[in-house]
Design a protein around this ligand. Structure first.
Ligand SMILES: Nc1ncnc2c1ncn2[C@@H]1O[C@H](COP(=O)(O)OP(=O)(O)OP(=O)(O)O)[C@@H](O)[C@H]1O
Ligand SMILES: [Mg+2]
Length: 260
């Protein structure tokens, strides 16, 4: 395989911030298909980090390793200082409540109301919240943060695509995660609704001081939300920098992302 040039840029300012998530030398192959070949990532407190990579480059594989849905071949995944590949089930479950995952396409439970969808994670993670006798206030608060308190009793089939995405975001926020993973948050939405979701992601970051990892194909989304970006090419973090730094790169593989 052709040797790739790693043009990692060292951002010294980030050195003083708390490290929320660190992926070190992550490797994952399926037979001869070497998907991740030593991928590295560092996410700092309060930061929005965008990951871009072309279709099939391994973004979902990386995120699945991160949430424990897939076992990497090697490498470590440190979440707030703990290596999740080495944790026992109970400790892993506790740590998972710190990570919110917004699935691509929302993934709401169709047979449950909005309220029941939001109550679901509260019940599932009792160890963090105890048994809550009245969840109404918590549900309303989460819905308010996405501007949808009036939709509390609706069914998912009664919601538009943008509303579904907002409810899914409220369901992610209800566990008060420190880190949010967004998998293609704007895909399938019209440009105006996509812009609203992007605004919401920014306001969530400002209000809750969450750190976010955002996987996207959407160059506009990347430009608006990212403080830093990583381009995943050939299974490694091929290039890293701010949107403007990367957009001005002379590297062919980097330029390919911005030619749209
Ligand atoms: N469970 C699996 N078994 C075998 N191969 C897999 C599996 N999951 C993913 N792959 C392979 O890993 C590679 C990366 O897939 P992945 O889903 O991570 O791509 P992606 O970057 O998320 O692409 P997209 O932008 O289209 O979502 C692909 O070649 C895919 O075929
Ligand atoms: Mg994917």
């Amino acid at each position: 395989m052709e040797q790739t040039q790693n043009i990692l840029m060292d951002n010294k300012e980030l050195g003083t911030k708390k490290l929320m998530l660190e992926i070190i030398d992550l490797r994952k192959s399926f037979g001869d298909n070497h998907v991740l070949n030593g991928f590295n990532l560092r996410l700092f407190e309060g930061e929005n980090l965008v990951i871009m990579g072309k279709s099939g480059s391994g973004k979902s594989v990386m995120i699945k390793c991160l949430v424990g849905l897939m076992q990497p071949d090697s490498g470590s995944i440190m979440v707030m200082g703990k290596d999740i590949t080495k944790l026992r089930q109970t400790a892993l479950d506790e740590l998972r409540t710190e990570i919110g995952f917004l699935f691509q396409g929302s993934a709401l439970y169709d047979s449950m109301t909005v309220r029941e969808n939001l109550e679901f994670p509260l019940r599932r993670h009792k160890h963090k919240f105890g048994t809550i006798s009245d969840t109404t206030q918590i549900v309303i608060e989460a819905l308010k943060s996405v501007g949808l308190e009036h939709a509390i009793n609706l069914m998912p089939s009664e919601l538009s695509g943008g509303m579904k995405r907002r409810v899914a975001l409220a369901r992610t926020l209800i566990l008060k995660p420190r880190i949010i993973l967004y998998d293609e948050p704007t895909s399938g939405l019209d440009p105006i609704t996509a812009k609203e979701i992007i605004e919401l992601m920014r306001s969530i970051q400002a209000t809750y001081k969450t750190s976010a990892l955002i996987i996207t194909h959407d160059v506009d989304c990347a430009r608006v939300v990212s403080e830093r970006m990583i381009l995943l090419v050939d299974g490694i973090n091929y290039a890293e920098g701010t949107f403007n730094e990367l957009a001005q790169s002379k590297d062919e593989k980097v330029r390919a992302f911005f030619k749209q």
